[in-house]
Design a protein around this ligand. Sequence first.
Ligand SMILES: NC(=O)c1ccc[n+]([C@@H]2O[C@H](COP(=O)([O-])OP(=O)(O)OC[C@H]3O[C@@H](n4cnc5c(N)ncnc54)[C@H](OP(=O)(O)O)[C@@H]3O)[C@@H](O)[C@H]2O)c1
Ligand SMILES: *[C@@H]1O[C@H](CO)[C@@H](O)[C@H](O)[C@H]1NC(C)=O
Ligand SMILES: *[C@@H]1O[C@H](CO)[C@@H](O)[C@H](O)[C@H]1NC(C)=O
Length: 320
Amino acid sequence: MTSVLLAVAAAAAIFALYVFREVVVKGKRCTSTARLHGKTVIVTGSNTGIGKVTATELAKRGARVIMACRSRQRGEAAVEEVKRESGSSQVVFMQLDLGSLQSVQSFAETFLKSESRLDILINNAGIYMQGRTDDGLGMMFGVNHIGHFLLTNLLLKRLKACGPSRVVNVSSMAHMFGKIDFDFLNTHKALGLGSSTTQVFKIYSHSKLCNILFTHELAKRLQGTKVTCYSLHPGAINTELARNAPNLLHVLLKPLTLMFFKNPVQGAQTTLHCALQQGIEPLSGRYFSNCTVKNLCAKAKDDAAAKKLWELSETLCGLA
Ligand SMILES: NC(=O)c1ccc[n+]([C@@H]2O[C@H](COP(=O)([O-])OP(=O)(O)OC[C@H]3O[C@@H](n4cnc5c(N)ncnc54)[C@H](OP(=O)(O)O)[C@@H]3O)[C@@H](O)[C@H]2O)c1
Ligand SMILES: *[C@@H]1O[C@H](CO)[C@@H](O)[C@H](O)[C@H]1NC(C)=O
Ligand SMILES: *[C@@H]1O[C@H](CO)[C@@H](O)[C@H](O)[C@H]1NC(C)=O
């Protein structure tokens, strides 16, 4: 008798979890019907996580998809998967390590030489780990922000020539906990130091605030062109992002992941919305979550900070 009751209770719990996930966690789907035949898109960090789903969805819609990944082995394996799942042969691997300015430069050179168009650039790659890049920048600052900053700037001319075109920056809600200490940044070329769990989270948050400030400043600089840009929070998603976090954190996160985290397909929807939805051009520079434009707190649309960060970034990657 008790075992029957237990089985019923377990079934009810699983059903409740399923309903909860479908109703509350899942979020909106991208409903754009845009087709992308003849268009070229770049997705950075697309060998796994939401980047891979994004690449697959865009390939399904007919785009030529450049998968810009740092590992040739992981990247080429992902290209085969994306080709198989999308049924498209227009999927290409190009090596890009955002932690190396040299690599960003040579990626841009190769891309500009071998491809004729660029319609959508999706700055998706992100890292949650301490360390230094090849150029001696803080790892999360260098990869999540500076690498994409340089990449976007090197490709801007092509984007302008192919307008209407878009830049989509995958940021995070974590930006709300971020702040940018310019004096610290100037002396340490990093957004923070330390490797404790809270320090790493803070530095990640600072880097995600950079993404949003960039989009804010870029939108201004792009006024009068046919290029628009958007930043977004994809949701809390079960991906490899926390792969470098301590084991204890994984154990603690597990039940939360099961309850509250989206799967990568659900997690890619807001990126797809920003890349594809017709008519959002007047919202250039804005921030999206759950496929909806959202208001930002004051520090994430601080004009002076956005301009200062832009200028410092130019200096750090040798564009100034
Ligand atoms: N998961 C979440 O809950 C969540 C929440 C908010 C925002 N985000 C953001 O969503 C984006 C995608 O993350 P995800 O969750 O899909 O994480 P993920 O599964 O860890 O994927 C991240 C991708 O970025 C790539 N990458 C890391 N460092 C790189 C570098 N130096 N050069 C080039 N590529 C690099 C990784 O390549 P390797 O496989 O070679 O490392 C991987 O392909 C990130 O910007 C992240 O900040 C995620
Ligand atoms: C996303 O939007 C839908 C529809 O507006 C809403 O029902 C859902 O609760 C929202 N989800 C989140 C996580 O905000
Ligand atoms: C994001 O935004 C702008 C374009 O919108 C770009 O210049 C900047 O480099 C991007 N930054 C990141 C880190 O994604």
